[in-house]
Ligand binder design. Structure first.
Ligand SMILES: [Zn+2]
Length: 374
């Protein structure tokens, strides 16, 4: 098929094809692709050493020092909630969010393919991250962001050097403009939501969880994630599947998704609510303000196959939990990340999470880029 150690496979049907940076959708069912490895013999983790199957050689990786983020226990909240709660501090990544994991691998693969110019759309964090990694790789980038994105995020995109375009209307309008621009200018559309390479970077988060908790009695039974386009959610599950976790000493944690009451495409698909994208309203959780995620079917399928569930939270609950993390644990996280924490009381209430359970929630992004909650 080709000389690489992987191929593209449709995320929904059985279609397979040779990898290429301009292939984003399956010709049969129009779903996005995933990277599949010819052999997974390489997926091995020993304590303090990590060997991960990737679509690029380590020598060719464009890196700004992402990954290997610390994990800490949240003792005060654990006592209050009667669970064992910990967080992985993803805002320690170079541009302040977990997106750097995906950008590093995606930009590395595009650079290797000889791509010199890309277009992308983002609510802020991914745009800043792709702007930074494009500069490092000497790729020209065009980032389309909703005009409602926080000023600090837009400034960050500009500082790294991307041509920045502010788009009026909902988040999804920025996607439409980025695709149109790419088509009209013959530029590669490097969507972090569609590119199979982005998930290959975010999956490293899951490998690190396995490495960090490998011989711990607190191996997470549940992971709760804020889910918009699902790049972290799908990446984490992919890592656990590649590690064949269920055949080893640890079971795959149940991975739950949290969305907002105002924008809830995954929740609404699962629980058949009467919400639909036209009646979306604003949310302060900009990172999950995605009304029509391109990988929606894949996310719902994976959630259900892995016994995860979805919760929705209100704007008030998001702010309360953002403040609780700050004034009870000393962590200033972004509202998108606080949404996942806000989901926890509901999951305890509905008995999805039992007393004493080990639960991990990533602190996906730093609070400093959004408006202050007080
Ligand atoms: Zn397909």
């Amino acid at each position: 098929m080709n000389n690489s150690n992987y191929f593209f496979k449709c995320s929904i049907c059985e279609f397979r094809t040779c990898p290429s940076s301009d292939k984003l959708n399956c010709p049969d069912c129009h779903s996005p692709f995933d990277v599949n490895y010819i052999s997974l013999e390489d997926a091995k983790i020993k304590l303090n050493s990590i060997k991960i199957p990737l679509p690029i050689n380590s020598a060719s990786i464009v890196s700004l020092g992402e990954g290997n983020t610390p994990t800490i226990k949240l003792d005060n909240l654990s006592d209050k909630l009667e669970i064992k709660l910990s967080t992985k501090l993803e805002y320690f990544n170079p541009t302040g969010s977990f997106k750097d994991r995906g950008s590093s691998i995606m930009i590395s693969c595009l650079k290797k393919a000889g791509i010199k110019e890309i277009a992308e759309d983002s609510s802020g964090n991914a745009g800043a991250s792709i702007s930074a990694y494009s500069s490092k790789a000497q790729i020209r980038s065009h980032i389309f962001a909703p005009s409602s994105a926080p000023t600090a995020k837009i400034n960050q995109i500009k500082v790294y050097g991307a041509n920045t375009y502010l788009v009026e209307g909902p988040r999804d309008q920025a996607t439409i403009e980025a695709i149109t621009f790419a088509e009209n200018h013959g530029v590669t559309y490097a969507s972090h939501n569609l590119s199979p390479y982005f998930i290959e970077g975010t999956k490293i988060f899951g490998y690190e969880i396995f490495r960090d908790f490998y011989d711990s009695e607190n191996f997470p039974e549940h992971i709760i994630l804020p889910v918009g386009n699902g790049s972290l959610f799908l990446g984490v599950l992919k890592s656990f599947h590649e590690l064949f976790l269920d055949n080893k000493i640890h079971k795959i944690p149940k991975i739950h998704a949290v969305q907002t009451e105002s924008i809830q495409p995954i929740y609404s698909t699962i629980f058949k609510t009467d919400w639909n994208p036209v009646n979306q309203t604003k949310t302060i959780a900009g990172g999950i303000a995605v009304a029509t995620p391109p990988r929606l079917n894949q996310i719902v399928k994976e959630l259900q196959q892995n016994d995860g569930t979805c919760e929705i939270v209100s704007e008030k609950e998001i702010i309360e939990w953002q403040l609780a993390l700050a004034n009870q644990e000393g962590l200033y996280i972004e509202p998108t990340s606080a949404a996942a924490f806000a989901g926890i009381s509901k999951l305890i209430e509905s008995k999805v999470i039992q007393k004493g359970a080990s639960v991990l929630i990533p602190s996906t992004g730093i609070g400093l880029k959004d408006l202050s909650p007080i």
